[in-house]
Design a binder for this molecule. Structure first.
Ligand SMILES: *Cc1c(COP(=O)(O)O)cnc(C)c1O
Length: 465
């Protein structure tokens, strides 16, 4: 393909993209294909001769699109959102086209310097203290793994990387029972092990960690000769939005000199609204590491996860490696690949720059406020439905409910709603029972899109009950 043809097809794809987004409401939200259907439509062997781009794009529509679930559909209420505001898509197209690998300052100074400034813009937007720096990672899972590795190294006097863990005894990490599975996985990969991830029970309306139980667990571990390494708190857990009392967790952490990491992957975006900070963000400045995903609620196209660090030294001492071929001569500069596990890095900061400049924080706040208000309104509508039960009240824009009947009935209702295709939602578990999760957060969703979900739930329920 030459660059004139590239320009031609680029324009075609831009037009395709606009029409795709404008007609999303005509499509079922969740893909309606069956397992194996898409693979069966592809040739089993690669082509020997090049094919025409027109034919490839035709197959895009005919073969690929039926197998896509539409995350940008305004009636996507499943999981958490993975928003992609149009300016962030445009920024990604520029990044794709320039295709720089931004591992070191000198491999694209603009990428490093825009990243530093965007992390600081977001620090201010989230009302974090002056002094936090940070880095953009691919996912909250990677940021959490970086934090857990840092806990491990700090607790072993920075000898784990060098000597291995065989003589380190039991390193212990603490969190609540409501944390995301990425925390479990981080302890597996860090060599700490699931058995040394201590899950403390939760309490209260926000399902926060019982900090007396946390303190007791740490003391018992010390008495048993184990080595406490760190605490992971959450603001906005994936199941039902569980949120820890940050100040109370920090108090315990401080009394045992433990490294702290906060997983605010989803709910962090809402902290651009001052009115939510009272309940969810008090004391946040004491955390050593905080992760939130602008690629979820804020509108920066996936992937884009920001890890803030109160002092980057411990993480750099854990992850920095500088072979001869990566050394940079001259003035001191930031090489962000030293802050993370992968060496290669995409220019993710550009989409934040486009997003924040194009909308401004005020517009983004308005969207998040709407989502929270509409989730609360829909929750009341469902509460009023005959036999339906609200199992957890809205925490920000996430609540859960049950239809009359057992766990299997809940799953049948979820599956039937998603087969219907007008809306998309997913199941979860709470207090030992299956629940149906509902979150509002798609960038372009409207009040009507949210409130019509009640009609869909009601109508589908009538067909399966
Ligand atoms: C989505 C989510 C994660 C995982 O995020 P990735 O970026 O996909 O790794 C972790 N924790 C919470 C609370 C989340 O909502």
């Amino acid at each position: 393909m030459n660059w004139d043809e590239f320009a031609h097809w680029g324009r075609q794809i831009a037009d395709w993209g606009a029409s795709y987004h404008k007609t999303l409401l005509d499509r079922p939200v969740r893909a309606q294909s069956v397992p194996g259907q898409i693979a069966a439509a592809l040739p089993a062997t690669p082509p020997e001769a090049g094919e025409d781009m027109a034919a490839i794009l035709r197959d895009m529509d005919d073969i690929i699109m039926p197998g896509m679930t539409h995350w940008q559909h305004p009636r996507f209420f499943a999981y958490f959102p993975a928003n992609a505001a149009p300016p962030s898509i445009l920024a990604e197209q520029l990044v794709n086209t320039i295709a720089a690998q931004c591992m070191l300052w000198q491999t694209s100074p603009a990428a490093t310097e825009v990243e530093a400034v965007m992390v600081d813009w977001l620090r201010q937007a989230l009302d974090l203290a002056d002094g936090f720096t940070g880095v953009i990672q691919d996912s909250a899972s990677s940021a959490t793994l970086s934090a857990v590795l840092t806990m491990r190294e700090r607790a072993t006097g920075f000898t784990g990387n060098r000597d291995g863990l065989s003589d380190k005894g039991h390193l212990r990490v603490y969190c609540s029972t409501e944390v995301h599975s990425s925390i479990d996985r981080a302890t597996w990969v860090a060599g700490i092990g699931q058995a040394n991830l201590v899950k403390v029970p939760t309490q209260g309306p926000l399902f926060g960690m019982d900090t007396d139980a946390l303190d007791a667990a740490i003391r018992a571990d010390i008495a048993a000769g184990h080595t406490p390494a760190g605490i992971i708190a959450i603001t906005g857990g994936t199941g039902v939005g569980a949120s820890d009392d940050l100040a109370a967790v920090l108090k315990i952490a401080k009394s045992h000199d433990l490294y702290t990491h906060l997983d605010a992957a989803w709910a962090g975006s809402a902290m651009i609204c001052p009115e939510f900070r009272e309940a969810f963000w008090q004391g946040v400045d004491g955390f050593d590491s905080i992760v939130f995903n602008p690629h979820k609620w804020l509108g920066a196209q996936f992937d884009c996860s920001v890890q803030f660090l109160r002092d980057a030294t411990a993480q750099l001492n854990t992850l920095k490696i500088e072979p001869e071929y990566l050394k940079t001569s001259g003035a001191a500069v930031t090489n962000y690949s030293e802050w993370t596990i992968p060496l290669g890095r995409r220019f993710r900061a550009l989409k934040i720059w486009f997003l924040l400049r194009s909308y401004g924080l005020d517009d983004l706040r308005g969207r998040i406020r709407n989502h929270v208000a509409w989730a609360e309104a829909l929750c009341e509508d469902i509460r009023a439905m005959e036999g339906f039960e609200i199992t957890t009240d809205p925490i920000l824009s996430l609540f859960s409910f049950r239809a009359p009947g057992d766990d299997d009935t809940q799953q049948r209702l979820v599956d039937a709603i998603n087969d219907d295709g007008r809306i998309y939602l997913t199941q979860g578990a709470h207090a030992g029972r299956r629940v149906i999760r509902f979150q509002v957060g798609q960038f372009d969703t409207t009040e009507h899109d949210v409130m019509m979900a009640k009609t869909v739930i009601q109508e589908v329920w009538e067909t399966i009950k």
